[in-house]
Design a protein around this ligand. Structure first.
Ligand SMILES: *Cc1c(COP(=O)(O)O)cnc(C)c1O
Length: 353
């Protein structure tokens, strides 16, 4: 097998636009008539938020969720004016002002934040688009049932004054059990009904992330917020997902050969958990081989006949060289696939194809 392009001397995360597009198409088809909001938090699950958003928007995705405002503003530059961007973490007044300037929809989960967003919209003259969050049981963020009517009234009052538009209601599920998620949905729907009774229109309603979106159609709103599955990361111990594949592979070159082991240029400092040693297989030109040890900047892999310096070892990917997926690696050490991607340091070169 050919060595790494450009004589790479360290690990490379290779992200594949064709795979990302296919995943987005699979999710889009599955959730219709609900619409996909692709979530690109944690720098696009490690692959690169700008790249992922651009690929998705080119594939027809009209909503991108960013988590924070600075990322949403950066995404606005990457994807242009048309796509809706949604940032939901509570932010500073300066960030809110910048978000309004960049036409970023804001998730608002407290009365204090609601008031601050209204003040920023009023003083900057940029009309805010607000999605009000109801706490449905996670107790992380979101208006309580007791605060909800007041929040809706404040938002509607500002809407009548031409300062904001209350365009959505949303919440987040624990995904711990179907019964809890059902209860959360009941709270969500009750809040939406209350808001409508108070005069809100709420064209956008969203509750579900990857797993619930995929498995529980009855929980989907008009929008679904999906990150992991778009990137090909399925849930730990979750079912296989038809049409979904890991959108990136992590490769590293063979640095030297020592007896029955090859030493490759990737290690704990690059973000790979050292607990993987002895528990998983990686892909090589000769197929799957055991990962024996994880050091600071190197790993040891069981050698194969004809191994040469510069050969490419695939640490995770789609299985083309015998490697495991991010999710099966994660399962081997009791974590989730997203974590393997998000832990990769900026020193791991990103390559796009
Ligand atoms: C991370 C996140 C999502 C996407 O979750 P996935 O499981 O990766 O699809 C959706 N909504 C919120 C609020 C999130 O924080």
């Amino acid at each position: 097998m050919a060595g790494l392009t450009g004589a790479a001397t360290g690990p490379v995360l290779r992200a594949d636009a064709g795979v990302l597009r296919a995943n987005v198409a699979a999710v889009t088809a599955r959730v219709a008539p609900a619409e996909l909001m692709m979530v690109v938090k944690d720098d696009g699950y490690g692959l690169g938020a700008d790249w992922a958003a651009r690929v998705a928007v080119d594939a027809g995705v009209r909503w991108i969720g960013s988590y924070d405002i600075p990322t949403a503003i950066q995404l606005r530059a990457a994807v242009g004016a048309a796509p809706r961007l949604f940032a939901w973490v509570t932010s500073t007044d300066d960030e809110v002002a910048a978000a309004l300037h960049a036409h970023v929809d804001l998730g608002v989960g407290s009365l204090d934040y609601l008031e601050r967003v209204i003040v920023q919209a009023d003083t900057t003259g940029f009309r805010a688009r607000i999605h009000l969050k109801i706490d449905t049981g996670l107790h992380r963020n979101g208006l309580s049932a007791a605060e909800w009517d007041e929040g809706v009234r404040i938002a509607l009052d500002a809407q009548h004054r031409g300062i904001i538009d209350l365009v959505g209601a949303w919440s987040h599920l624990a995904e711990a059990s179907d019964a809890e998620d059902d209860e959360a949905q009941a709270r969500f729907l009750a809040a939406v009904a209350r808001a409508e009774k108070l005069g809100a229109e709420l064209p956008h309603r969203h509750l579900t992330a990857s797993a619930a979106t995929w498995e529980r159609p009855e929980l989907r709103g008009s929008l679904v917020r999906v990150g992991a599955f778009c990137f090909g990361v399925r849930s730990a111990d979750g079912p296989d997902l038809p049409g979904i594949a890991p959108a990136a592979e992590l490769v590293a070159p063979v640095r030297r050969i020592e007896g029955d082991e090859v030493v490759i240029a990737c290690g704990a400092f690059d973000g790979m958990p050292s607990t993987l040693a002895g528990r998983v297989q990686v892909g090589t030109p000769a197929g799957a081989r055991a990962l024996r040890a994880v050091g600071v900047d190197e790993m040891r892999v069981a050698a194969w006949d004809g191994a040469v310096v510069g050969d490419e070892v695939v640490l995770f990917g789609r299985g083309r060289s015998g490697e495991q997926t991010p999710t099966t690696l994660a399962e081997a050490i009791g974590t989730v696939g997203e974590e393997l991607l998000c832990r990769l340091t900026p020193g791991v070169r990103r390559e796009y194809r």
